[in-house]
Design a protein around this ligand. Structure first.
Ligand code: N01
Length: 541
């Protein structure tokens, strides 16, 4: 066992460097500190929160019920009050600050510091991490908790740099308020970020134009607000919801229903669809019959039900086919739906237009607006809600090379390879969370953070206790994991959607399933098995 020293100045070597101050990074930092490790966390944001520190666009809010969208630690859970069932970034910021104080993390976190690269010293088994402020730190373990939706993608539209009005990517929103009041606003993109921005912009913009390529099969949120008293009364309920969520497919307080769709009578089908719909939130998706993800008929039944409900809200006949087409644009739920509050109603307003960006593709951006389908429209503000290089972007951006001089990007350009979504062969003593081939992108976030974080911390602690100085994923084990990820995806309807789950949203990115979609329990079983069997998928020295 290597002697651990409490505290450290900038010149001492660390036991662990953690990168990223979202749910995952904070949890891992806390768990290492509890074990007496010398550990420092680095993040390029302004404060704790990870994605919630940066995604401050108007209306940005959680789409998991708050009782599962927080850490399970009772010291946190019982002492922080949320006011909404689906809180916004405005409440999550104080939450993350509360966590940082309660867990006494502040002395161990450095913000405004971006990891640029790292190199591994094979003789000493030490990583040297290099940061954008030209500083370096050395540590035995490098843990990258950089998130799966952290690398924004701006579309390559000619003239994008010429626009002279305001323009923002949803994930790089300025810290001060941005007012849409009295402005002509364009939003490009109708994913979760687009839907939430559109809802807010529609309230105050003089005119709002939405450029839609694919309709979002968004589900009604079912928002609720709570007084302090009401929230505190829900304490025991929240505790049991959390306990239950650990036993489910997606980390929610409800689960998939494994009874085959074909075994349901017509009346039972209608009853299931209605019940899940009425309960709102992701019930209609992650609380649906599991056949939703595998069986075309079950999937279509869900789509048609969704379509008919949404159509009831659309008043402009010309928009019905665009927003809720007769036939599914892709299998329901194979492209991530989001939760909406008044999204479909926005299009009934006179100050809102919807442009079909398939029929009228965006040709270029000019000094004053957007040309699409040969028509130029002028704007004061353009919002790019165009998404992320999900799952791979953060790690692939790093200048970290294996012994053969290949970066993680080089390896993934050839083949998406990780072992258990935790390591890449060739990169010893480097673990990551919330990335490629882990379930985090298909799981409630904090649930994934604790599941993955526990394994990372316990694994490092085990290695330290048993005198293992160097560990690395075996190549054949990584191939096996990649095959498993693909086999599950190929059995499902997921490959039938052009989605970020399939890596199909970024031009030039090789399409293949990005997360492990076998669910929380199958993933936990794989992690547990690896640990219990003494890490057969790794070389240990
Ligand atoms: O990004 P997206 P996002 N011209 O990739 C369109 C999480 N999240 O930031 O679908 C025109 O989903 C693109 O069109 P298409 C959540 O996991 C959670 O919205 O490719 N349009 C699409 O409509 C989510 O899934 C919350 O045809 C272009 C949109 O841009 C993930 O982050 C909130 C275009 C991108 O949608 C990503 O969501 C926000 C072009 N050139 C995000 N290029 C919560 O609620 C792209 N598009 C917790």
């Amino acid at each position: 066992m290597i002697e651990m020293k409490a505290g450290s100045d900038d010149s001492t070597d660390l036991d662990v460097i953690v990168v990223g101050a979202g749910f995952s990074g904070l949890y891992i930092l806390h768990e290492f500190l509890k074990r007496g490790y010398r550990v420092q966390l680095f993040d390029d944001g302004e404060g704790p929160g990870g994605t919630w520190d940066k995604n401050n666009y108007p209306g940005a809010r959680v789409d998991s019920e708050v009782w599962v969208y927080q850490f399970t630690d009772p010291a946190i859970r019982q002492n922080f009050t949320f006011s909404e069932k689906f809180p916004s970034w405005r409440e999550l910021k104080p939450y993350f600050n509360f966590v940082a104080d309660k867990w006494e993390l502040r002395p161990h976190m450095k913000f405004g510091t971006r990891l640029e690269g790292a190199s591994f010293d094979d003789r000493e088994n030490l990583w040297t991490a290099r940061f954008n402020d030209k500083t370096t730190r050395r540590a035995r373990h490098l843990v990258l908790a950089m998130g799966s939706t952290t690398t924004p993608v701006l579309p390559k539209i000619p003239g994008i740099e010429k626009f002279e009005g305001e323009s923002y990517h949803s994930a790089r929103w300025p810290k001060g308020e941005v007012s849409f009041a009295g402005k002509r606003v364009a939003v490009i993109g109708t994913g979760a970020s687009g839907v939430q921005t559109i809802q807010e912009a529609s309230k105050t913009a003089d005119h709002l134009t939405v450029y839609q390529r694919t309709p979002n099969l968004a589900l009604p949120m079912g928002q609720e607000t709570y007084s302090k008293q009401e929230y505190s009364k829900m304490g025991p309920l929240i505790g049991s919801a959390m306990d239950y969520s650990k036993k489910t497919f997606g980390g929610f307080a409800y689960d998939l229903d494994y009874r085959p769709w074909a075994d349901h009578s017509a009346a039972e089908k209608e009853e299931v669809l209605r019940r899940n719909w009425d309960q709102k939130g992701f019930r209609f998706w992650l609380g649906a019959p599991s056949d939703l993800f595998f069986d075309e008929e079950c999937n279509r039944d869900h789509y048609y039900f969704w379509r008919d409900e949404i159509r009831k809200r659309i008043k402009k006949d010309s928009l019905i086919e665009l927003l809720a087409p007769t036939e599914p644009p892709h299998p329901f739920g194979a492209k991530r739906p989001c939760l909406e509050q008044w999204y479909f109603d926005v299009y009934n307003q006179e100050n809102v237009d919807l442009i079909d960006a398939n029929a009228a593709p965006i040709e270029c951006i000019t000094k004053t607006g957007i040309i699409a389908g040969g028509v130029e429209r002028e704007y004061d503000c353009i919002v790019y809600a165009t998404g992320f290089d999900n799952c791979t972007g953060a790690l692939a951006s790093l200048d970290i090379k294996d012994a053969a001089g290949r970066t993680i990007r080089d390896i993934w350009d050839e083949k998406y390879l990780t072992y258990l979504g935790k390591m890449v062969p060739g990169f010893p003593n480097l673990l990551f969370t919330y990335a490629l081939q882990s379930p985090s992108a298909f799981l409630n976030g904090p649930t994934a953070a604790e599941l993955e974080g526990d394994w990372v911390v316990k694994t490092v602690a085990k290695f330290d206790e048993t005198g293992i100085h160097r560990y690395e994923a075996r190549l054949e084990a990584a191939h096996h994991w990649a095959e498993r990820c693909n086999e599950i995806a190929d059995m499902s309807l997921m490959p039938k959607a052009k989605s970020w789950y399939m890596g199909a949203n970024v031009p030039g990115k090789r399409p293949e399933i990005q997360p492990f979609i076998g669910g929380q329990l199958a993933y936990k079983a794989a992690l547990d098995e690896e640990m219990e069997k003494g890490y057969p998928g790794m070389t240990l020295e």
